[in-house]
Structure formats: structure tokens, C-alpha cells
Design a protein around this ligand. Structure first.
Ligand SMILES: [Zn+2]
Length: 1008
């Protein structure tokens, strides 16, 4: 069956190739080689050999032009690009690019920064010699299009610039390390663009500057090549999965385009913006054989210019059409990727007036050639996949390279053919961003100068500055009109008269103090700020039932600071000045031996605690007043520290400290620089990576160790005060955490530096076998740690693990089958503000939650909370009388129903006399968990994103402090530390850490 199918396809391909020159698009050069230019026969023969079927290549890449002076990738690879068994290290790829630069005036290599582990990132520009010699003039022209204010939004002048300019098309490869094909494809692409004299390639070279970052995740690339070498040396063994990619996160490195916390994001963003590129095209591998998923499916991001959605469609349609014409199966552009979240690397372009693009090509995870069998939904012919991939095919890295290069070349060619349109659109999108206040609003966002969380406010503004958003500061107080809320018309019932006194008047204006930050929407990157600060709503009725990623990201909520969306256009006329480096003002005011810092749940407080680790710091257990200033509960009181040290730290961290003349008479306890053990599994490091990144950025030290290491530490409590066990992130079961991967068969999976794998460990952890988990020994050690007074912090799946293994009684954790909460922002509410975990927080807190685990409380150990008449019977049972009247039994006098004590969902249900009778399982107050925070009521639960059937989690505990032995297990259903976005909730974890030995402070029923 296979062979007959193959031969049929082959004849189609021959036909298409034979007639291609006659039938290509009107006026466009033909995608075919220049017969006058000699071909590198040996290289071409090998490419053909490694291509597993004739239809897995195209007339653009089925030959390699020869050059007398420019080396082919073979000089570095020892074989052709995409050859089986060959995955080059970053330094080999760079070496080749620099050889190209040396040999050809059409290539230039730029260093664009380094990674977390210090490896270089590069961008390679390929264009005509003339274009490269005039890079600076061209850059200056493009800068005018990028910021139309520089030409007073003058369309005619823009047209002149467009006519003179060469656009920049930026291609980025292998951000996802197991998607291995891009580096060799891009080496060969650079060669072709530099050397090929065919009219088709010459058009691209003369008309476009192609900018290439062949490896985005450089640290991860070094590791994946290590593993491949290990695999080649141990061909019959299982090889270790790529547990670490970059230093911090794995696949999520492509979800950092909002927070810009990873170096790779910063470096690509800076390059993209500095070059004023029009396109950012990111290469991935997952789907057969080429899915230009930029078009994908809805809903599209609501903040992009609609012009961009049209551009996606234009380029993709032509891309698919060209490749289909070449006879390449499985090229399509619609599919299940929605373009809602702006977190993807490519989206840096979408939010900066460019064109984002993304390819999913097919890959084998390395350079092995393998027969691949697809799922029926992958090879099914659909309306958008008329030429679907084959159900079964031999697939090679060369095939992958053929697809990637062909796709890119046709895109580049089409882009060049239409570059005036795209350049003009680039200008128009920027212009429409500048005219946004009058065209669509809002006019600005304001972050008030009296923000109590000044350091968090500064972090939010600094994030926007990384995004190249301009920040201004009001020179004087600002008064703006607030939008008038439309009132729903109420039908007046006869006899009812409106009582004007009952209606609360909403204020019509708001005044912000001088020094308030203003993010003007009349700037080129206004959409970036708007997209990040606004709220999101994803309807449960949306035809798209499987959101691809988070449905919400509102930084205004997640950073926990005030952000006001202003529609009043008058604000743009107010006197203000641009701020180049936002920094929160900090320092020490007043005189006195004790320095107080009001606690507003700023993560900077933890940085301060660890920075001044020898100073004595206490937390006030109640709010107090001193010298006319109000201090919150949790206020830091610092003693025994040099004022100069406190002063410089406070200034650096943007914390306002006040020296007090006398010790305030308020109950206090120490806040400590607790010794932290930080535990990860060998199952996945994705979610925990964001926690590490956050702790490192706050300079909070910790010992990083795997679940395996726990069992080997004789006395955990002697070494540590707090164990952080961040979410594993794959809904890992307790069994998986304890057992790890199966060890009953197979071979050990080492994660170690060896001569064969010199890059594997980097700055992370190592093991001689990734398979074993925590084990029962480790579990005992964890329990012992808590029993002896340690604090374990567990989140989502690790919280479920802690409860499953019996750390704590009276709390159960379950998942809802009905609820749909996809990376949403939800409302939570403080239940016990006296808990040190809640220090600095106000009543209502927005938090990130992704189908969080649902905690339920029971007053009876081993019991489950139930509604007494079952879940469907919340009212009186069927019987006589009206709903609120008593029922009776025939033949006797009715009896009074005893009043039932009730409890809220987040409270322990009262124990009835019947339950209490001789019941050893009734949990005494002191052994019950303290509910610190709960989810909001159903109607207030959704803050941003998608939520369906939220009633299942509404009002349930969100943060619980469970006393266990002498210690505590602190359980989270929300994820407080995530993607560098949730900084408003970081302090829930940091408070737990710093108050680890006083978590019972303020507890009403505390017995200890
Ligand atoms: Zn990918």
C-alpha cells in the first residue's frame, strides 16, 4: 500500500515540477534554480539521499548552488544540513555563521546578548552587499515608520520612506529545545540567501534583510545535543528526557513575551525593536508537516490591530498555496491554535506593530530518521487540510529542513513582492497606535503616586519599559472625568417611587496626586500596554472550547497595584515628563533607634530581610499608630542594624522606612531569614522554574534539591526551616511523586555532566538516575520535618500530594469535572487577616488559578463534608404546607425541628451533639487548618479570563495553614508564583517563609 501511494505521489510531483516555470504567479520570478550557476553535486546528492520521499522537498531546496569562496554547512557539520545523526552545538552553528560572514559580504553576524548561563545569542543578517552597507541609513528610515510622531503622522512622507526602505524579516529558531531542526535549516538558508543567483533568491536578497537567530534557547540546545550524543553512544538504551531546557523553564520559555523575565525574551525583543523589523517568525516542531499556526483559529487577541490579522492571512494563504503547488503534502494554516494570549515569543512582533508568525513543522525530537505513524485527526482531510499529511511515513531531519526552508523562502519571496504594502502597514499600525486615544480609547492608564505598594508599582512599570512602552510622570495633580456608567433601565412599578437618597452617586471625577505615572495611549506601543493592563473576558459560550493557553493575564490585577484606565482625553494635555528609569523612592525618614517599614505585601521586604540577615526584625501582630503615622499589621520593626545599611537597602529596594523614637507597644514576633530547602521532582521542572526565577530575582537564597535528595538528608529540620515544594505542573499524582518513573525495567537515566554530556547540568541539579521519586524514606523524612516544627509549602498538585499522604486531617482536595477555569484570574478574600501569611494584604486579592484543586473542610477526621439532604436538596423535603411551613406526620402532633447550626463553605461545619458523642475523630480546634484566604463568592469570582461553573470552587479555601505535629503545612489552590506575572501574590509565600516559626500568631484558638 505504501509503495503504490508513493508512486502516485511521485508522478504528481514530476508533473508539477515540469510545468512550474510556465504557471507561476504573474510577473513573479520562478522558484527554480539558475541553470547557469553550478550545483554542489556532492552536497545535493546527500540532500536527496536523506530526503525520504520526493514530495518532501521542493524546487527551492532540492539542490545546493555551488560557490568557490563561500563554505557550505558541510565544513562545520561534516555532512549536509539535516543529515541523520547530526545535531550541531550552538558554538558549531555560530562558527559556521561567522565563516559565512568572513567569506561573504552578504552576511553579517551580531552578538545580541547572553543567556542565564552565559552563552552567547546571535543574529545573522543576510542581504545584498549594498543593503548591508547601508544598514544604518535604512535603520533610521525604518525608525521613522516605527514612530510616526517623528514625521508628524505625515502619510506622504511615510510613502517616500516606504519607497526607499528595505524591510527586515526576523527568523528565530529552536526556542523549544527538543524541536531540533531549525539550526541546520537556518545555516543552509543563510548560505542559499548569500550564494544562490537564481532570480527568485536574488529578489529576496536584494529586497529584504533577512535576520536570523538560529538558536533562541541556547542553553537548552547545548543540553539537547548532549542527550543526543549520549543516545548515539547508547543506541539500545532509553535516553533521558530533557528535564531542563534553559536554566529556569522548559516549554514555557515561549510564554514569557508579556513578563519579559528570561534573557532570551529580552534579547529577541531588543533585537526586534532595534532593527525595526516588520516580521518575527518563530520556528517550532510538533505538527505534521507544516502548520503555519499564526492564522490558526479564534478567538484572536482582542488588542492587535485588525490589519495584522489580515497580514497573517495574506502571507499564510500564499505560503500554503506555493508549497501545495510544489506538491508538498500536509501544509496548512487553520487549526486548533488560538491567537488569544500574547505570551508567545512571536507575539513580541504582534504587540510592537509588526507581523508575528509561527511554524509548527514535523520533527523527531532529534536527528534520527524514524517511521512516524500519525493519529487519525492528524492525517484526516479537513476543509483546511485538503492535502493532508500521510498516515504513515519515514521522516528525517532533512525532510524537516526541506519544509522549514521552503516555507521560509516562499514567505520571504512573497513578503518581498509585497514589501511596500507591508512597510506601509507597519507605519499605519504604528500611526493607529498613536491615534488610539481618539480612535478607540482609552487615553491613558494612570498608576497613582500614592500607591502603597510603590516597589511593585515600579516593577510593573519597569516591565512595561522592557516592552519599550513610554512612561510619563505628571508634574502636578491630575483631575480626570470618570466614564459615566450606563444604568440599566428599571421598570417602575405602580405605587413605587424612586427614593433619590437610596441611590449612591458615583463620583464623576478622580484626582491623582502630582508624580502619578501616566502611560499615554498616543505612543507607538500603546497597544502593548493596553493589552497587558486591560481585563480579558473569554465567554464560556465561545465556539473555541479548548483555549491554547491562559485566558487571562491582566497585569493590573496580578501585580496587586492600582491601575486606572482613563478615557478622558484631557489627560493627554496635562503637564508631564517622560521617565527613562522608573524606580520607587525609598529610604529612611525621621530619627530613632527603631526603624519601621509598613507592610504592604511587597516582595522587596523579603529581599530586605535576607539582605540584612544579621539585623533583628520583628513583625507587629496588630496595626498601630506612632507619631501620627498608621502602621499596618505585619509592619517590620528593625533593630540592631546600622542606619546606613538600612538606608541604602531601603533606597535600593524602593521601601519607605520610618525611624521611631520609641518602641511601639504592640505585640511582635521575629521575622526571620529562614533556611529554605526547595524541592523539585525529576518528572517536570516547568512550573517550579518560575518559582526559582522569582526567588533568584528577589535574592532569596535556597538549597535546590530533588525529591530523591530528601531521603539522603539525615535531619531535615536541623538544616532547614521551610521546604518549598512548588507545583509539579503535570497534575502529578502522589504516587508519581513518591515512585517517580518505573524502575522495574529499562536502564538508569543519568542527568550528569560527563565527557559525553558536558552541558547537561549547567547551574541546575544532577542525578545518576532520574527515575526514582521521593520514595517512602523521603516521605517519612518530610513528615518528620513537619512534625519537628518545619513548614512545608505545597501548591496545587503538591498540595494534593501532601493531603493524600496524610499531612493534616480534615481537609480534602478534589478536582471539579464541570468547572472550566483556564489560566484565569479570580477573586479571593481574606478570611483571617491576623495570619502572618496575610500580612500586608487587603481584604480582596486577585490571584492566578488554573483549574485549582478544591479544598473542603470536615470537622471529623476522615470525614467528608456533605449537605445533609444530599447535594440536590438544599430546601425542606416534600410534604404539606408552603415552603417555609412545617410538615407533619399524620396521627400525631407536629414536632419542632431543631435548629441546624450552619457554616459557610470556608468554615468547618459545626459538630452536632450526635456526631460528638463518643467520637474520637472529632478534630479539636487547635488541630484544624486555619483558612487564610478563600475564593470569592460565585458572582465575584471571575476577574479576568474564562470561568465556567465557578460555583464548584467559589467560597472554598484558597490558602490554608494546617498545623501538623509541631509544624505546619501551608496549602495553596491558587498558584502564587507564575511566569513572572503574579507578583502581587508572591508575598503569600514570602510571608510564610519569614514567619515560619510564628504562623500561629493571631490565631484565635491557638494552643501553641
Ligand atoms: Zn514549540
Amino acid at each position: 500500500m505504501k509503495s503504490s501511494l508513493f508512486s502516485k505521489f511521485s508522478s504528481v510531483v514530476l508533473f508539477a515540477v515540469a510545468f512550474a516555470p510556465l504557471s507561476w504567479a504573474d510577473g513573479e520570478s520562478v522558484p527554480a534554480r539558475d541553470p547557469k550557476q553550478p550545483v554542489d553535486e556532492a552536497y545535493t546528492a546527500k540532500m536527496k539521499k536523506y530526503t525520504t520521499a520526493p514530495y518532501f522537498t521542493s524546487p527551492l531546496v532540492d539542490y545546493l548552488p555551488a560557490s568557490k569562496s563561500v563554505p557550505t554547512p558541510e565544513v562545520v557539520l561534516g555532512d549536509v544540513a539535516g543529515a541523520p545523526g547530526i545535531l550541531p552545538y550552538p558554538e558549531e552553528v555560530y562558527k559556521y555563521m561567522r565563516l559565512l560572514e568572513k567569506a561573504s559580504p552578504r552576511v553579517r553576524v551580531f552578538s545580541i546578548g547572553t543567556t542565564e548561563e552565559g552563552r552567547e545569542m546571535i543574529a545573522v543578517a543576510v542581504s545584498s552587499e549594498e543593503n548591508l552597507n547601508k544598514l544604518e541609513e535604512n535603520r533610521a528610515r525604518l525608525a521613522k515608520l516605527a514612530d510616526p510622531r517623528s514625521i508628524q503622522l505625515h502619510d506622504a512622507e511615510a510613502d517616500t520612506i516606504v519607497a526607499q526602505s528595505t524591510p527586515v524579516y526576523y527568523i528565530t529558531g529552536t526556542i523549544h529545545s527538543p524541536e531540533t531542526g531549525a539550526p541546520t535549516a537556518l545555516m543552509e538558508l543563510a548560505y542559499r540567501l548569500a550564494v544562490d543567483e537564481s532570480p527568485y533568491i536574488k529578489d529576496i536578497r536584494d529586497g529584504v534583510i533577512t535576520l536570523i537567530t538560529p538558536i533562541v534557547e541556547v542553553d537548552g540546545r547545548a543540553r539537547v545535543v548532549d542527550i543526543y550524543k549520549w543516545h548515539l553512544a547508547h543506541p539500545k538504551e532509553f535516553y533521558p528526557p530533557l528535564i531542563y531546557w534553559g536554566k529556569y523553564v522548559a516549554h514555557d520559555n515561549n510564554r514569557d513575551a508579556m513578563g519579559v523575565t528570561l534573557k532570551l525574551t529580552q534579547n529577541v525583543l531588543n533585537t526586534y525593536v532595534e532593527w525595526n523589523a516588520q516580521v518575527l517568525h518563530d520556528l517550532h516542531e510538533s505538527v505534521p508537516y507544516l502548520y503555519d499556526n499564526t492564522v490558526g483559529d479564534g478567538p484572536y487577541n482582542a488588542w492587535i490591530d485588525p490589519l495584522l490579522a489580515d497580514e497573517w492571512n495574506m502571507i499564510a494563504s500564499r505560503n500554503v498555496a506555493d508549497m501545495t503547488k510544489f506538491g508538498m503534502p500536509g501544509v496548512f494554516t487553520h487549526g486548533n491554535f488560538d491567537t488569544w494570549s500574547p505570551g508567545y515569543l512571536m507575539f513580541l512582533a504582534a504587540l510592537h506593530n509588526g507581523i508575528s508568525r509561527l511554524y509548527e513543522t514535523f520533527g523527531n525530537g532529534n536527528a534520527d530518521t524514524r517511521e512516524r505513524t500519525l493519529q487519525p485527526e492528524e492525517y484526516a482531510r479537513t476543509w483546511y487540510k485538503q492535502n493532508p499529511p500521510l498516515p504513515k511515513a519515514l521522516w528525517s531531519q532533512r525532510d524537516n529542513n526541506n519544509y522549514e526552508e521552503t516555507g521560509l523562502l516562499t514567505s520571504l519571496h512573497y513578503f518581498n513582492e509585497n514589501k511596500r504594502l507591508f512597510l506601509k502597514n507597519f507605519y499605519l499600525k504604528a500611526k493607529r497606535s498613536v491615534t488610539k486615544p481618539s480612535a478607540e480609547g482609552p487615553s491613558a492608564y494612570v498608576l497613582p503616586a500614592d500607591e502603597p505598594r510603590a516597589s511593585l508599582q515600579a516593577e510593573l512599570l519597569q516591565t512595561l519599559q522592557k516592552q519599550k512602552v513610554e512612561i510619563s510622570r505628571a508634574k502636578s495633580a491630575l483631575t480626570i472625568s470618570l466614564p459615566v456608567k450606563k444604568e440599566k433601565k428599571k421598570e417602575e412599578k405602580p405605587g413605587e417611587t424612586k427614593d433619590a437618597k437610596d441611590e449612591k452617586k458615583e463620583p464623576a471625577t478622580r484626582t491623582f496626586p502630582a508624580g502619578s505615572y501616566v502611560i499615554r495611549m498616543d505612543q507607538p506601543y500603546s497597544r502593548t500596554a493596553d493589552a497587558l493592563l486591560d481585563h480579558q473576558y473569554w465567554s464560556p459560550e465561545d465556539p473555541q472550547k479548548t483555549p491554547y493557553d491562559d485566558t487571562a493575564w491582566s497585569f493590573s490585577e496580578l501585580f496587586g497595584v492600582q491601575v486606572v484606565r482613563v478615557t478622558d482625553a484631557k489627560i493627554l494635555d496635562a503637564p508631564m515628563e517622560k521617565v527613562t528609569n522608573v524606580h520607587a523612592a525609598g529610604g529612611v525618614k525621621g530619627d530613632g533607634a527603631i526603624v519601621a517599614i509598613v507592610n504592604h505585601a511587597e516582595p522587596a521586604l523579603a529581599t530586605l530581610r535576607y539582605k540584612l540577615k544579621d539585623a533583628t526584625m520583628d513583625a507587629a501582630e496588630e496595626a498601630f499608630e506612632s507619631g501620627g503615622t498608621k502602621f499596618t499589621r505585619g509592619t517590620f520593626l528593625i533593630r540592631d542594624a546600622k542606619r546606613a545599611d538600612v538606608e541604602s537597602a531601603a533606597r535600593e529596594l524602593g521601601l519607605q522606612a520610618i525611624a521611631l523614637g520609641a518602641v511601639p507597644s504592640v505585640k511582635t514576633h521575629p521575622v526571620r531569614a529562614a533556611r529554605i530547602a526547595y524541592v523539585h521532582t525529576w518528572l517536570s521542572t516547568q512550573m517550579e522554574g518560575w518559582w526559582r526565577l522569582a526567588l533568584d530575582s528577589m535574592q532569596v537564597p535556597y538549597d535546590y534539591m530533588s525529591t530523591q535528595a530528601i531521603a539522603k538528608i539525615p535531619d531535615l529540620r536541623a538544616k532547614y526551616d521551610v521546604i518549598l515544594f512548588p507545583p509539579v505542573g503535570i497534575n502529578a499524582s502522589a504516587t508519581a511523586i513518591i515512585q517517580g518513573l518505573p524502575t522495574g525495567w529499562g536502564n538508569p537515566l543519568p542527568w550528569q555532566n560527563t565527557p559525553l554530556t558536558p552541558n547537561l547540568v549547567g547551574k541546575n541539579d544532577s542525578t545518576d538516575d532520574m527515575r526514582p521519586g521521593l520514595g517512602y524514606d523521603g516521605l517519612m523524612k518530610l513528615q518528620d520535618f513537619v512534625n519537628k516544627g518545619g513548614v512545608l509549602v505545597a501548591v496545587d498538585d503538591t498540595a494534593q500530594f501532601a493531603l493524600t499522604v496524610g499531612m493534616g486531617t480534615g481537609v480534602s482536595a478534589a478536582r471539579s469535572e464541570r468547572m472550566k477555569m483556564v489560566g484565569a484570574i479570580v477573586g479571593t478574600q481574606l478570611v483571617d487577616g491576623a495570619s502572618p501569611i496575610a500580612y500586608g494584604y487587603e481584604e480582596k486579592i486577585s490571584a492566578y488559578c488554573d483549574d485549582g484543586v478544591i479544598f473542603s473542610l470536615s470537622s471529623i477526621a476522615g470525614g467528608r463534608r456533605r449537605r445533609r439532604l444530599g447535594p440536590d436538596m438544599r430546601e425542606r423535603p416534600t410534604g404539606r404546607g408552603k415552603k417555609d411551613e412545617p410538615d407533619y406526620a399524620v396521627g400525631r402532633v407536629g414536632s419542632e425541628i431543631p435548629e441546624e447550626a450552619e457554616a459557610e463553605i470556608w468554615e468547618y461545619p459545626p459538630v452536632t451533639d450526635e456526631q460528638a458523642h463518643n467520637n474520637a475523630r472529632v478534630i479539636p480546634d487547635a488541630n484544624r487548618a486555619r483558612v487564610v484566604m478563600r475564593f470569592a463568592n460565585t458572582k465575584d469570582l471571575l476577574v479576568s479570563g474564562l470561568l465556567e461553573n465557578g460555583g464548584d470552587i467559589a467560597q472554598h479555601p484558597a490558602v490554608l495553614d494546617m498545623p501538623v505535629g509541631q509544624g505546619h503545612v501551608v496549602l495553596f489552590s491558587i498558584n502564587p508564583i507564575y511566569r513572572g506575572e503574579t507578583r502581587g501574590t508572591y508575598s503569600l509565600v514570602l510571608n510564610t517563609v519569614m514567619n515560619f516559626d510564628n504562623l500561629n500568631a493571631g490565631r484565635k484558638d491557638a494552643s501553641k
